[in-house]
Design a protein around this ligand. Structure first.
Ligand code: SF4
Ligand code: SF4
Length: 276
């Protein structure tokens, strides 16, 4: 299997380096409540299911509250190597709040790594700012590279003030995700893709996504088993078994390194992954 490459100081990111996860933690700041798409496995009463485990909706901070909270956490513990924003909605749907939060954190803690997770729809408009702010790691959730498959994963895409459904929405989202990843890699940002695996929807398509990820130069891929959630289009779908996910990772691991220790953290997670 391929292994993640990267500069040494970046090796303390607990998600990108399994060995670092024993000693280093992440701090998620829940500053972004809104979303610009609808994934068929997501119930918006919960966190963004692309990165986070379903949980009760938590408090959403303003950027200033979030920055003050970082001070409090860093006063109490020295094992946080990365500050991330992963929801509870899509961080780049609330780009102003997300980028302002990163700006405040970077000003007071210039050495901390910054990490962002998004569905990618709005990311192309902000790649320069993301790079200028020193955000080192970005995750894009890529559940398909073929709009014919993506149209079964997403029921709505809100773009440029319009609502798109079906194949039209799928095409826009996939084009924007590809553009996000290409532009981020041009800026030498470390890119992970999350792929939510749904049997009978995109599971057979995941190797094609991994192959494209290799062509994009993606650094790490995180295959996430879909958990059926009440009141969603996929509530009656089954999630993949652990064996199916393991076999998948073995099969596609020669295209792109596979993350195997994701804890599906909430948007307000704090600490080492073993504390999740
Ligand atoms: Fe839910 Fe995240 Fe999908 Fe938005 S991007 S619909 S918050 S899973
Ligand atoms: Fe890391 Fe997975 Fe938690 Fe995201 S959800 S912070 S990738 S362990």
């Amino acid at each position: 299997m391929k292994e993640v490459q990267g500069q040494s100081f970046l090796q303390n990111h607990p998600c990108y380096n399994k060995d670092a996860a024993a000693n280093w933690g992440r701090l998620h700041l829940p500053v972004a409540p809104n979303c610009n798409i609808q994934c068929n496995y997501c119930n918006r009463k919960y966190d963004c299911a692309n990165e986070n485990r379903p949980g009760v909706t938590q408090h959403v901070y303003t950027p200033q509250e979030a920055a003050a909270f970082v001070h409090k956490v860093f006063d109490a513990r020295k094992d946080i190597s990365v500050v991330g924003i992963a929801g509870p909605g899509d961080p780049m749907c609330d780009a102003d709040k997300t980028l302002e939060t990163f700006r405040l954190v970077k000003k007071d803690f210039p050495h901390v790594m910054l990490c962002l997770s998004s569905n990618g729809l709005a990311v192309p408009d902000y790649v320069d700012e993301i790079a200028d702010l020193g955000i080192t790691h970005v995750t894009i959730t890529a559940n398909a590279i073929d709009p014919e498959i993506a149209k079964h994963v997403y029921s709505m895409v809100r773009y440029d003030g319009n609502i798109y459904k079906g194949i039209d929405g799928a095409r826009i989202l996939l084009e924007r995700q590809a553009e996000s990843i290409r532009k981020l890699k041009e800026k030498n940002i470390i890119v992970k893709i999350n792929t939510v695996v749904v049997p009978d929807v995109n599971m057979d398509h995941v190797p094609a996504i991994a192959k494209q990820a290799e062509a994009w130069g993606v650094d790490l891929m995180n295959c996430i088993a879909m958990i059926p959630v009440h009141d969603t289009a996929f509530e009656n779908h089954r999630g993949p078994t652990a064996e199916e996910i393991d076999n998948m990772r073995q099969f596609i691991g020669h295209y792109v390194p596979q993350m195997t220790h994701c804890k599906r953290c909430r948007a307000d997670a704090i600490g080492r992954l073993c504390e999740a």
